[in-house]
Each structure stands twice: as structure tokens, then as C-alpha cells.
Design a protein around this ligand. Structure first.
Ligand SMILES: C[S@@+](CC[C@H](N)C(=O)[O-])C[C@H]1O[C@@H](n2cnc3c(N)ncnc32)[C@H](O)[C@@H]1O
Ligand SMILES: [Zn+2]
Length: 275
């Protein structure tokens, strides 16, 4: 709930702290800026001129929620929960989506609360309900995050936009970033058969280069697992990711018709820990 993370939130207009009114329906800073809490439980702390075009659409969020609920990416959730360790405090998930991974981490860290940050209100409607200790906040990862300096013990970033300087600013000294990114082998059987966007082998180096002025890589593990997907699951994994913006559903359906069912697909990601 927003009550759990209220003390860490800052005003996107003036940077002052925010507090919930007694009825829990709005946040307000000492400078008088006010933000309504949506009836689904999230709050938007986007500055007025922000555009939300890169956020996941309602269709993408539904595809993602169904796919994750079926447990196909459970190995990633478990690896994150293990890496999170037992520390309490605030876990901020940047590009949190439906809150699936943040919820798993909070289950493993009973004293912590979580901030689900995303630009998609469709995603955050779900994240707000994903775990009792999650507060969900609409914001833009490429702007100053509406979180106080040094307030987070842990930042999660799973298949999502990364803003090195802001992640560094909101982490407490000694705090960590757990970053999950696909390797060039991720979903390779579908990439070939359906003509999807591929992850290039340079991606890892580029991530490191962008983050290295702000954060130090301390550990990296590769995680490979096999997904057994129905054609509907395979269509969902396409529809919930960046391919949703670039592919034609008829071409995907035609490509899927030529694959066995269930189809075995490689899951391949790396979990990087930065300090
Ligand atoms: C591929 S999804 C991953 C979601 C979640 N981490 C997961 O793996 O289930 C990327 C997420 O980043 C969000 N996103 C895209 N652009 C963003 C931005 N500028 N600021 C914040 N979130 C953004 C999308 O709305 C989406 O929820
Ligand atoms: Zn303000």
C-alpha cells in the first residue's frame, strides 16, 4: 500500500517530501502540490508535461500477467529472491510491470516494503494488488525518480529501462541494484521461427558501459532454463515484450502454426549485481 512507502516519496515538481492525507486519497507536499490516488490504489507522480507513450499497453500487460502467472519465469523470480538476501527497508523496482518480481522479493524479505515504479498505469493497477507491502507509483524512468536520496536498500530492474544516475542517487550507501537482462540466446527458437527482434551480443557490454560511471558490477550469474510453451503462451511472450510494437499478429500466428506444441524454448538471462 502507498502508506508503506509514503515516507520515501518526493514531489516531482519541487522535490519536497510527500504525505498522504488522512483519508488516504491524495498525496501532498509542503509546497502545496497535490496528487490524487487512483481508485485502483496507485498514484501518478509524473510531471504534467510527461508523455507515457513507451509504457506497456493494456493488451501487453494482460499478456504479461497471464504468462507470468503460469510460472514460466519463476526461475528468474527465485533467483532474485535469493539474491535479495534478508535486508529490510525499501526495495524499489524500476519498470516493475505487474509487480510479479517485486512481490516474490518481498515474500523473501518480510521486513521490507516495495515501490513499484512504472510509466504504465495498466501495469500498476496490477502491481498495486500484487503484494500487501507494495506501493505503486507512475513515473518516468528517464526523469528524476520521485524517491528521496539514499532511501532504497535494493533496486530491481528486470527487462526494463535503466537510469544509472538516478538508481545511484536513490540507493543508500552500500545498497545494491539487481538487474536482469536477456542474453543473445533468450527465446532463440522463437526469434528464428517468428522473425522476432534479437538481443545482440553487445548488449551486455553496453549495459555495463552505461552503468559503470554510477555503479560497480560485483557479481554476474547466467540463468538458463527451458520453457515448455503452448502456442498461446508463445504468442503471449511475443505480445508482452518489445516485439509487440514491431510485429504483425498474422505473421506470428503463421509462424506458430509451423512449430510443435508444446514448443520447447530457451530462457536465458543474466542476473547482475551492482553496488
Ligand atoms: C518488458 S516490461 C518488464 C516489466 C517487469 N519488470 C517484468 O519483467 O515483468 C518493461 C516495463 O517498463 C515500463 N516502461 C517503459 N518505459 C518506461 C519509462 N520511461 N519509465 C518507466 N517505466 C517504463 C513498461 O511499461 C513495462 O512495464
Ligand atoms: Zn511540491
Amino acid at each position: 500500500m502507498l502508506q508503506d512507502i509514503e515516507r520515501y516519496l518526493t514531489c516531482p515538481h519541487c522535490g519536497l517530501g510527500l504525505a498522504l492525507g488522512g483519508d488516504g486519497r491524495g498525496l501532498r507536499c509542503a509546497g502545496g502540490h497535490a496528487f490524487d490516488v487512483a481508485k485502483q490504489g496507485y498514484v501518478s507522480l509524473l510531471p504534467g508535461d510527461a508523455h507515457t507513450g513507451t509504457g506497456d499497453t493494456a493488451e501487453m500487460v494482460t499478456a504479461r500477467a497471464d504468462f507470468l502467472a503460469a510460472g514460466h519465469y519463476r526461475p528468474i523470480a527465485e533467483a532474485l529472491a535469493t539474491a535479495a538476501g534478508g535486508t529490510g527497508g525499501l526495495v524499489a523496482d524500476l519498470g516493475a510491470g505487474t509487480g510479479y518480481y517485486l512481490g516474490h522479493v518481498l515474500d523473501a524479505v518480510p521486513d521490507a516494503c516495495g515501490a513499484a515504479l512504472d510509466i504504465s498505469k495498466f501495469a500498476l493497477r496490477r502491481a498495486a494488488r500484487a503484494h500487501p507491502r507494495i506501493g505503486a507509483v507512475v513515473c518516468d524512468a528517464w526523469r528524476p525518480l520521485p524517491l528521496a536520496d539514499g532511501c532504497a536498500d535494493l533496486v530491481l530492474n528486470v527487462f526494463a529501462p535503466r537510469n544509472g544516475p538516478e538508481i545511484r542517487r536513490v540507493l543508500r550507501p552500500g545498497g545494491r541494484l539487481l538487474l536482469v537482462s536477456p542474453t543473445s540466446r533468450h527465446l532463440r527458437e522463437l526469434v528464428g521461427a517468428l522473425g522476432l527482434l534479437s538481443v545482440d551480443e553487445e548488449k551486455e557490454r553496453r549495459i555495463d558501459e552505461k552503468l559503470s560511471p554510477w555503479l560497480e558490477l560485483v557479481e554476474r550469474t547466467e540463468l538458463e532454463f527451458t520453457l515448455r510453451l503452448s502456442h498461446a503462451d508463445a504468442a503471449a511472450v511475443v505480445g508482452m515484450g518489445p516485439n509487440a510494437w514491431h510485429t504483425d499478429p498474422a505473421r506470428i500466428a503463421a509462424g506458430l502454426a509451423g512449430l510443435p506444441e508444446p514448443v520447447e524454448v530457451t530462457g536465458s538471462v543474466q542476473l547482475s549485481v551492482y553496488r
